[in-house]
Design a protein around this ligand. Structure first.
Ligand code: PRT
Ligand code: MG
Length: 214
């Protein structure tokens, strides 16, 4: 049995066409089903539905043989013991610094001001600001980071941006583009050895449907 960990929402939606191209159909819809283990049309492949931030943990611990996760989640979590054969180029966005439109971020940086930054990406933020030599106090949030500058809790946020509509709706502007983000296939290294033929076939099928060499 091969177990694939996916999160509901955009990653699941954008993974379906890749699975379909490999001849795999997930037999239940995670948005309507209450099941956390979904069967597929392949008797030896099942899908686990887990929180996006838990996908690397499931794969690392062997609860799943492989999974699909954002580069943001992977960088925050760490990728020890994970084999990363493919960038699937799905769920694309960027991770950026944003501030209230009336806050002069570049002037604050030039002056060497200490900035308060709200984010769920502590590691990415710490590394980014350290590389710029900017001193920051980080506030960990689990969602709706956009609120923090609006209520005076932070000077800036570090968050994912795709269309930019969420920032715009909250009168925030992007002032730094930290990095581009897409989702990766991650594989448990022990599984790769123990279940080599089946996993290789699956990785190759993903790779083929992307039109790249794996
Ligand atoms: O939402 P939940 O708390 O359940 O979990 P999650 O946020 O961890 O999962 P999910 O499914 O929302 O995101 C999973 C992965 O999708 C992320 O780790 C990213 O790799 C990727 N992804 C791609 C995004 C976006 N695009 C995205 N736009 N994840 C989140 N967003 C959010 C962003 O945080 C912001 O609130 O959408 C908002 C901005 O979107 P725009 O289009 O208004 O700019
Ligand atoms: Mg989300």
């Amino acid at each position: 049995m091969i177990t694939l960990a996916l999160s509901k929402g955009r990653i699941f939606e954008e993974t379906l066409p890749l699975l379909r191209a490999a001849g795999i159909e997930v037999l239940e819809d995670p948005e309507t089903s209450r099941k956390l283990i979904l069967p597929t049309n392949q008797a030896d492949l099942r899908v686990l539905v887990v929180r996006a931030t838990d996908v690397p943990t499931y794969v690392q611990q062997g609860g799943a043989d492989l999974g699909i996760t954002g580069k943001d989640t992977l960088l925050e979590h760490g990728s020890d013991g994970l084999y990363q054969p493919l960038d699937l180029n799905i769920a694309k966005c960027r991770i950026s610094v944003a501030v209230r439109s009336d806050f002069d971020y570049h002037a604050a940086v030039r002056k060497g001001s200490r900035l308060t930054v709200a984010t769920k990406y502590l590691k990415i933020s710490r590394e980014f600001f350290a590389s710029k030599g900017v001193h920051v106090d980080l506030i960990k949030l689990y969602g709706s980071m956009e609120l923090a500058p609006l209520v005076g809790m932070a000077d800036a946020i570090v968050d994912l941006v795709s269309t930019g509509n969420t920032l715009k709706a909250n009168h925030l502007v992007e002032v730094e583009h930290i990095m581009d983000i897409s989702s990766r296939l991650i594989v448990n290294q022990a599984s790769l050895k123990l279940k080599q033929p089946a996993l290789r076939t699956l990785i190759d099928a993903f790779s083929l449907s992307l039109g790249q060499d794996g």
